[in-house]
Design a protein around this ligand. Structure first.
Ligand code: ADP
Ligand code: MG
Length: 644
């Protein structure tokens, strides 16, 4: 090190311009890390040229050969040498154009850089020209050749002149995988273009021109992808977010299926990633990584694409508007419970179970099914179960179930009062539910049941699971997990309004409290009030719970108060409502949810199923685990080796 320093200071060399070749090699160092980088640049160019079919041919993972062939506009003969010149481009001509660039390329560096570290030849026929021309980058020789309109760029012996670089390359198989990934990124952005990849003379991947983005997605990821994702289509201000977001169940341990595009360009961006994580926070278990393909459309002047040589990073002028649009786009798309869209019929005609996510192609239909604004009555006696059978004529639940005509639905006595019925969602309503079912002719009941996405309850298993039958087969529900989510979502909705409705206790529940608990009650009375909890000192060492959140009216008030106080004590009261809100509500929901080993009647089970169908995010519990599973008749047949 010191020898190096002294020698360089001792023999100072004059400042000189670097030779052109070396400048390109330095630029190539930034842009071309491996064969896949070349593939990306060449496919970028083909797309900029308006190609509709792009063929990539590789040998030895791209190290020996990368040839990219397109049917785009081509390059006129006279411009072929210019294409290889550094900073020569047909894509922008001024700063204004740079600031609103709509092409993949604009730096005019890729071909020059690649030509400085590999053997490159350019074969092109411009639209309207009567022959093609081929340019050899090394010799500069230009000669006529045969080709239909379009361009073929051939790159051989990558890094032949920079062996140090070559040593960094991995096996051919790994480099090939990276090359395929590079094309795949383009393919997801451009369903209107066909792609084919050949390796050593074998076709290794092909995506034909697709009619819809969804078609391309299932071509690239497999047919299951569509059934395992929700469509995203959300506008916010001048921004538009489109694409598909995987359901929480489809999340992976690695974030290897996360594709972001900004105006058609694949990017990696912290703002975007953070927005997605925030949107999934409430429904994803642990460190699972969501799967998504999202396209952000934004006014090009609001995003700077000229911040990274490979253009994989961008800078937004207003990161917050982007964050908000992406987050809302995904949150909205994920909110609708798949339970509401679960297939009630297998209309695919293939005998395969319809995908979990029915209504994907017709989101409006799925939404229509959902019950809007279930009146979550705060007063006892008109509990949730009652809400499942609203008497309002427009109630979609009644409309959705044939036979559930208004006469059959009993008018519920309001304000039954008296002792709370267990479990919570049946408060005052279980009898009414039973009344309704028994007043309906059996065959009508069966017809109605088949229309319920989560089906008709059959039994309870081990005090943990509810078994139900729908047209596809068997539905298994984790009853505590499902109910916890329902209560949680209800608390969130109420708190979003202003405060959670509160239910006074006839007899206050007192408990011996620690000094810290007493202090928390004093400092946090406002927060407690917003949460629907009324706790006050009864004596210096005793606290009294006087009212509880209405949705949790049937839980243990003391246990609830204790855990809320414990959580509040950890946070600063002023910030808790904003920041720790969801954790707090989740804790509360756990207290309000039906416990394992509680015996449920069939009506109660059905009540829970109907609520799941109507509750946002009810496919996952508050910790991101699934709340229900479908076992189709086909799955069951498989278990018993039937029909083989
Ligand atoms: P940039 O894409 O940034 O302009 P490149 O070095 O990648 O720089 O390409 C230089 C120029 O060569 C492009 O501006 C374009 O005019 C032309 N070119 C390169 N590839 C193609 C192609 N496949 N079809 C048509 N023109 C091309
Ligand atoms: Mg380019």
């Amino acid at each position: 090190m010191s020898a190096l320093l002294s020698s360089s200071s001792a023999t100072r060399r004059p400042i000189r311009d670097l030779p052109d070749e070396l400048i390109s090699q330095i630029a190539a160092g930034e842009v071309v890390e491996r064969p896949a980088s070349v593939v990306r640049e060449l496919v970028d160019n083909a797309l900029d040229a308006g190609a509709s079919q792009i063929t990539v041919r590789l040998a030895a993972g791209g190290v020996r050969l990368i040839a990219v062939e397109d049917d785009g506009g081509g390059i006129p003969r006279d411009e072929l040498p210019l294409a290889l010149r550094r900073h020569a481009t047909s894509k922008i001509a001024s700063l204004a154009e740079l600031e609103s660039v709509g092409t993949m390329g604009f730096r005019g560096e890729a071909l020059a850089s690649i030509a400085s570290i590999a053997e490159l030849s350019l074969l092109s026929r411009h639209g309207g020209a009567d022959s093609a021309w081929q340019l050899d980058a090394r010799t500069g020789e230009l000669r006529p050749a045969a080709r239909s309109q379009g361009t073929t760029v051939e790159v051989r012996e990558l890094f032949f002149a920079t062996p140090a670089r070559r040593k960094f390359l991995k096996t051919d198989a790994t480099e090939l995988a990276h090359c395929i990934e590079a094309v795949r990124r383009h393919a997801l952005a451009r369903p209107d273009v066909g792609f084919a990849i050949w390796h050593e003379g074998r076709l290794v991947e092909q995506w034909r021109i697709a009619d819809t983005p969804a078609q391309r997605l299932s071509d690239v990821f497999g047919e299951d992808f569509i059934g395992q994702s929700v469509q995203v289509d959300h506008g916010e201000g001048a921004l538009h977010v489109r694409g598909h977001a995987g359901v929480p169940d489809a999340a992976r341990s690695r974030g290897d299926q996360q594709f972001f595009y900004v105006n058609g360009r694949f990017v990696r961006d912290k703002v975007l990633l953070h927005a997605v994580r925030a949107a999934y926070e409430d429904v994803l278990h642990g460190q699972r990584q969501p799967v998504f393909v999202l396209h952000l459309q934004i006014d090009p002047t609001r995003v700077d694409v000229n911040v990274h040589p490979t253009k994989i990073e961008v800078r937004f002028r207003d990161g917050r508007e982007v964050h908000s649009a992406v987050r809302h786009a995904i949150e909205n798309a994920l909110a609708a419970p798949r339970a509401a869209g679960a297939a009630s019929t297998d209309d695919s005609g293939t005998g395969r179970p319809a995908p979990l996510l029915r209504g994907y192609d017709a989101p409006a239909a799925a939404l229509a099914w959902r019950q809007s604004g279930i009146p979550f009555a705060a007063e006892r006696g008109a509990g949730d179960w009652a809400a499942m059978w609203p008497t309002a004529p427009a109630a979609p639940s009644a409309a959705a179930a044939p036979g559930a005509d208004q006469e059959a639905a009993p008018t519920l006595p309001s304000g039954l009062g008296g002792a709370p019925l267990q479990p919570p969602w049946t408060a005052g309503g279980a009898a009414a539910g039973a009344l309704r079912l028994s007043s309906t002719p059996p065959e009508v009941t069966a017809a109605a049941a088949s229309d319920w996405p989560l089906g008709r309850a059959l039994a309870q298993l081990q005090g943990i699971y509810i078994l139900a039958e729908n047209t596809q087969g068997l539905v298994i529900v984790d009853m505590h997990a499902a109910h916890e989510r329902i209560v949680y979502e209800r608390l969130k909705t109420q708190l979003d309004g202003h405060a959670i409705a509160s239910q006074p206790l006839l007899i206050p529940a007192t408990f011996a409290a620690t000094p810290e608990e007493v202090a928390t009650v004093e400092t946090c009375s406002e927060v407690l009030g917003a949460l629907g909890l009324e706790v006050s000192p009864f004596s210096p060492r005793t606290l009294a719970v006087r009212a509880v959140p209405a949705p949790l009216a049937d839980g243990d008030p003391v246990a609830l108060a204790r855990s809320v106080l414990a959580e509040l004590a950890q946070h600063e009261a002023t910030t808790v409502i904003q920041r720790a809100q969801h954790e707090l509500l989740a804790t509360m929901a756990c207290h309000g949810a039906v416990r394992a080993n509680r015996r449920l009647t069939l009506d109660e089970m059905n009540g829970l199923l109907r609520q799941m169908e109507a509750t946002d995010r009810s496919d996952q519990c508050n910790h991101g685990r699934p709340t229900w599973r479908q076992l189709s008749v086909r799955d069951l047949d498989g278990l018993f080796l039937r029909g083989r």
